[in-house]
Design a binder for this molecule. Sequence first.
Ligand code: SF4
Length: 509
Amino acid sequence: MILFVHPPVAKPCEPPAGIALLSSVLKAADVPVRVLDANLEGISFLFEKGAEPVCPGEDPWTRRARRLVRKNLALLKSPDGYRKPAEYRRAVSDLNRVLEIASSPEAQAELANYRDKELSPLRSRDLLRAAAEPERNPFYSFFSRRLDREINGNGIRLVGFSLNYLTQALTAFAMAGYVRRRYPGIGVVFGGGLVTSWMRRSRDLGPLRAVADSLIAGPGEKAMLRLCGKPGQPPAGTAPDYSEFPLGDYFAPGRILPYSASRGCYWMKCSFCPENAEGQPYQPVPDENVLEDLSRAAARVNPVLIHFLDNAVRPSLFQALIRRPPGIPWYGFARITDHLGKRDFCRGLRESGCRMLQLGIESGDQRVLDELGKGMEIRTASLALNNLKEAGIATYVYLLFGTPAETEESARRTFSFVAEHSESIDFINAAVFNLPFTPGEQPEHLTTMDFYDGDLSLYRNFVHPRGWDRKSVRRFLEKEFFRHHDVRQIILRDPPSFTSNHAPFFAVS
Ligand code: SF4
């Protein structure tokens, strides 16, 4: 029997798609599998702990946060909670406060974050220390008991940890260290997006093999089948199986169905894109199969929302969804293409159930977009935003400041573009550019240097070729961009902690 674990901390609002797919593939090959969403259960454990009777001398905020834990969780799980943004924000802030006080003095969890005062997930020696001292992890009393129950009661012989975010890394290693120490005969495997990035983009992962018997890069189905003595190709067209997850317990106002209609990206031309740096080929699930998968999964899961996990949903799939709507609201990432510049197409998307599109517009300057290889016209982005607004589809716009192609003047063009379209933009994610680290590759014309103090860093620092360095970019964002009245209104709308995962619930219905 194999146990797949989704470790804390990741946003606890939907079941983990990666291990749902793996377990489905292995079950189809007659390999017995169990799944454990240790993220959802671990966070719920900390909430129970934090809701314990008030300690004397605590400040009023902490007392209120402890007292209201159950009420605040109920608010996140109710559609009503999303009709009152101010109450939602207060509930999330109180819940994060409870997680903070229920954590340990050394390390603190939040709904979408994990911080250790001494250890960094970017240093292999710190991950090994997390594995050697699992007791210092705030989830220890939860996961030690929970892993004992899973392992002893079910004849587990292999534990697979799915690691997708840096916020999961230290706890994943603490859990693996616990398994190693207490059950030396049981194998430990690490896979997932973060492990893939480390293996494809980073350096020597040798030290991590002291904890893991295997590290798997990329889609894990084939490698897991081989580890289970079933070599060969995984069956094509297997859909994720969410039947063993506690679907009613996630922090959302109804069930969310996460679904990947592809791996990689159909565009693959944007320079400095981490997806490109990792060389993941584009592997689409055929449009008709997607529609059938969704229809079958919807019948089993009864979701209120479909979350497309694709890097960019391809136009042909949009057309398929317009032809045959899934009957359930949905959202996901889209590239700005000519399709979105057409009003009828956007109306068709809305009629197919589209509630929100995540759009990587990145810059308002055409020269920057061209140099980044985005393959989009800023004129089309403008049309798309207006058409989507008119159709009733919310937009979550991603902006990237400080790319090597950008100058202060281009950043100001982006600023003007956002200000001019503020009525059509519902949410913004404005990030400062990080240069992906690719071993053996030196980007042309860029002088690069180490960025973070860690051997597992996925990024490098660089000397900006146009003098538009990170410090200047941050100053511009803080002193001008975020202070602009309309931009500030959009930023304030962003759901704290859950961001784009909860944004569709605030979008027009
Ligand atoms: S569309 Fe997105 S995922 Fe695809 S290459 Fe561009 S940045 Fe990367």
